[in-house]
Every structure is written in structure tokens, then in C-alpha cells.
Ligand binder design. Structure first.
Ligand code: HSE
Length: 436
């Protein structure tokens, strides 16, 4: 049987998973491919730690050149993450005529278009299924399965760490800091969870999906990002009373005003399927004009689910090699010359419903002052509740839901409201998506 040789750079959790998948399912994969995928070399700075897998002598090396300069290696998997040296290694592999598979969403979000150009020039493929949604085959869906559709909106839960934290806060009423500390102890959250909890990891993934959906270059810098660190149990509780759940949602839409791409905590109706995605799971909900809505659900992280996506890419590329059909698929979902440089809208141009929590003095006239300013800014109030009573001059929580309003108008109104002496601190704002 023909063999196709693979080199791996980065022998961490996912790299170990790839080695296991290629070992445990090798016969199955060979039957599907009609050729054998052979892991030839693994490069990592640490070749001492026991990963629980036995490898042939000489397979592990600390010298990345043994992968990149190896003429026998047809495909290189990059699993070290981050910008450098990953970018240099991928570029070298592509220029050496090797196909590349990566899970590196941060690198693709920032430098994907440049790397695709290098791959195009070298006549090789650069695949990245594991970069978004871990094991969920969402890249294949975007690139191959929905080609007959105009995609109008994507709503995704794309970060397991954030979804785990919000689920625990919702189910147990715990505070953010406590759940984060527990998640780190259990190994769900990274020791440095900044990229996850600040929404940056989700934004990297959304930048890739939005470019695929709307046929633009990858535009990470235009994705609006807010994380989950300011979410408080009281807001989760109010959301529940209104029939909503709070999720860190990645939203991309194409409408008359252009493309919007944003990541922020979002209240969504509790009956919506995305509201039921709990724990570390990911999901992507796509509205498309011919198919209608569809939902893709599964494990967005973890050793074997992510390795499953990496190995599926290897098989796809190997099939292209065997069928002599490189570049059968575009790098994103449209042919690169057909990408449109459509600009993405700034956040103040979007409109949605809003949840507002004011911390206000409990005295006559407060509500009329707040609602007067909102009304003058063209913001219509859908409901108001006040929790508790404080007639000793203290403050209470006043919670409002607005009808659909423009973010620019809301910010204008809140600047005035937050400056009132009857208001304490900054008003909490959470966007609501009622018709996903
Ligand atoms: N850190 C990510 C998460 C997984 O928590 O979902 C890798 O993208």
C-alpha cells in the first residue's frame, strides 16, 4: 500500500492525541484512504516527559529541521500554537512543498491570508479544521457543505472554558472568580486563561468563520470583543427571571448595513438550542437561505476530539494527493481573487435589544429621570423591575429591557445617566439576541 509520511511539530496534548489516533485507528483510516498515513518524526523541545504512548526509537527529536528539511515528509502538522515560531515553521514547510495542517486559530486570525498566499505560490494545501470548534467539523461545513447557500448569520459558542464558567455560575449561583479558580484546578482552564475569558480565543475563531461565510479576507482587527469577567450572578439571576440565559456568543451577520462580527456576553432565550449548550461543549448555529437554520455541536477542545479534526485534515489532503487534485478547495470558502474587501461595521452601528442594570437611589423621580433620558435618545423601554426597597437613602437594582435600539444611541444615553447623582457606578449592559 502507498504510504504518505507525516511530520509533527508540537508534542503536547493535541500532538499526543494525533499520535494515538494514527496508532489506534490506522487500519480504519487506511481502508478509507487507500494508503497508509505514517507518522515519521515528532519535534518538540521536551522529548523526556512520558506522554503515555510508546514511539519507535528515533521518532522524537528536539530539532525541528529534522521535520522541515526531511525530503521524505509530505505533510507537516503544526501544533505548537501562538504566533512565533509557528508562523516561521509553517512558512518553511509550505515553501519546502509540504502540505500543512494546523490547529492554530490565533495565527490564522492574524496572518491566515498571508500564509494562504505562501501555500498557493508553493502549490500546496494549508488545512485548519481543528482551529475552530475543536472536533466539530465546522470548517468542512462552511467550505463544502453550504456552498449553495447565502449565509446570513452565524451564532457560536466557541470557547469551552467560558461556557463551562458561565454554566457553573448559572447552575450553582457561584461567583466568576470562584468558578475560574475551580476550572483551573480541574484543568479545564489554562493557567493563564486571558485569551479564553477575555473573548480573544472566540474572536480568533469568529474571524475565520466570518471570512468563510461572507467571502472577505480574514479581518480579526474588526471583530468587537468583550469577555466574561464582569458577569455577575445577579445578572444571571435576572436573565433567568426574564426567560434568558447568558452565553459568550460569537455573532457574525451580513445585513443591509454590511457585516458585523462581535463577541460578547449575550442574553439568549432559554428555549433556543444554543441556550442548552452547557459545560465545555461548543456549538455553531448557522442561518442559511436555502438550508435554513442548522446546528453543529460537539467537543470544542480536548486531546482526542481535536486530534480527530487534525487527522481528518491529513486524510483530506492525502486524498487530494492521491487524486492529484491539490487546491480542489479554496483556502477559505470563496476563491481568493473573489474575496471582497467589505468593511466590518463598528460596534456602535449595531442594534439589538439591551438588558440594563442601574444601581440607583431608591427615591421618587429616579425612574422618570432614567426613562426621560432613554426616551430622548430614541430608546424604547420594554420592561422594568426593581428588586428590594431601600428607603434609607441607599441604592437598589433597577433592571430594564429595551426594545431594539442602536448601540450609539444607548451609549449616548448611558453617558448622561451614569453622570446623574442618583446613579452609583457604571450601568451594566448586556446585549440581548431575541431572534437568532
Ligand atoms: N481554550 C479553548 C477553549 C480550546 O477553552 O475552548 C482551544 O481553542
Amino acid at each position: 500500500m502507498k504510504t504518505i509520511n507525516v511530520g509533527l511539530i508540537g508534542f503536547g496534548t493535541i500532538g499526543t492525541g494525533v499520535a494515538r489516533v494514527l496508532r489506534d485507528n490506522s487500519q480504519l483510516i487506511s481502508r478509507r484512504l487507500g494508503a497508509e498515513l505514517v507518522l515519521k518524526k515528532i519535534a518538540d523541545l521536551d522529548i523526556v516527559t512520558d506522554r503515555g504512548i510508546t514511539l519507535p526509537a528515533g521518532m522524537l527529536t528536539t530539532d525541528v529541521n529534522e521535520v522541515l528539511d526531511n525530503p521524505d515528509i509530505d505533510m507537516v502538522i503544526e501544533l505548537i500554537g501562538g504566533y512565533e515560531p509557528a508562523k516561521t515553521f509553517i512558512t518553511r514547510a509550505l515553501k519546502a512543498g509540504k502540505h500543512v495542517v494546523t490547529a492554530n486559530k490565533a495565527l490564522l486570525a492574524k496572518h491566515g491570508d498571508e500564509l494562504f498566499q505562501v501555500a498557493a505560490k508553493a502549490g500546496v494545501d494549508l488545512y485548519y479544521e481543528a482551529s475552530v470548534g475543536g472536533g466539530i467539523p465546522i470548517i468542512k461545513v462552511m467550505r463544502e457543505s453550504l456552498t449553495a447557500n447565502r449565509i446570513t448569520a452565524i451564532s457560536g459558542i466557541l470557547n469551552g472554558t467560558c461556557n463551562y464558567i458561565l454554566t457553573q455560575m448559572t447552575d450553582k449561583g457561584s461567583a466568576y472568580d470562584d468558578v475560574l479558580a475551580e476550572a483551573q484546578k480541574l484543568g479545564y482552564a489554562e493557567a493563564d486563561p486571558t485569551f479564553d475569558v477575555e473573548g480573544i480565543d472566540t474572536a480568533h475563531k469568529l474571524a475565520i468563520l466570518a471570512a468563510m461565510a461572507f467571502g472577505t479576507p480574514i479581518n480579526f482587527d474588526s471583530v468587537y470583543v468583550e469577555g466574561i469577567a464582569d458577569i455577575q450572578p445577579v445578572d444571571i439571576e435576572f436573565a433567568r427571571e426574564f426567560g434568558y440565559k447568558i452565553k459568550l456568543l460569537a455573532i457574525a451577520k451580513e445585513g443591509d448595513g454590511g457585516i458585523e462580527a462581535r463577541v460578547h456576553p449575550t442574553m439568549i432565550p432559554e428555549h433556543h438550542m444554543l441556550a442548552k449548550i452547557d459545560g465545555v461543549f461548543n456549538a455553531v448555529y448557522i442561518n442559511a437561505d436555502m438550508l435554513g437554520p442548522s446546528l453543529y455541536y460537539g467537543q470544542g477542545a480536548g486531546m482526542l476530539p481535536t486530534a480527530s479534526a487534525v487527522v481528518a485534515d491529513l486524510v483530506d489532503i492525502a486524498r487530494n494527493m492521491l487524486g492529484d487534485s491539490h487546491h480542489r478547495l479554496p483556502f477559505l470558502a470563496y476563491q481568493t481573487p473573489n474575496h471582497q474587501q467589505t468593511s466590518y461595521q463598528p460596534i456602535d452601528a449595531i442594534s439589538c435589544n439591551y438588558y440594563l442594570r442601574f444601581t440607583a437611589r431608591d427615591q421618587p423621580g429616579v425612574l422618570s429621570k432614567i426613562s426621560g433620558i432613554l426616551g430622548d435618545a430614541n430608546i424604547s423601554i420594554a420592561s422594568v423591575i426593581q428588586k428590594g426597597r431601600n428607603d434609607a437613602g441607599g441604592t437598589v437594582a433597577i433592571v430594564m429591557q429595551t426594545h431594539r435600539a442602536r448601540e450609539r444611541d444607548l451609549r449616548y444615553a448611558l453617558n448622561q445617566i451614569d453622570a446623574l447623582d442618583i446613579i452609583d457606578g457604571q450601568t451594566v449592559v448586556i446585549r440581548m439576541e431575541t431572534d437568532l
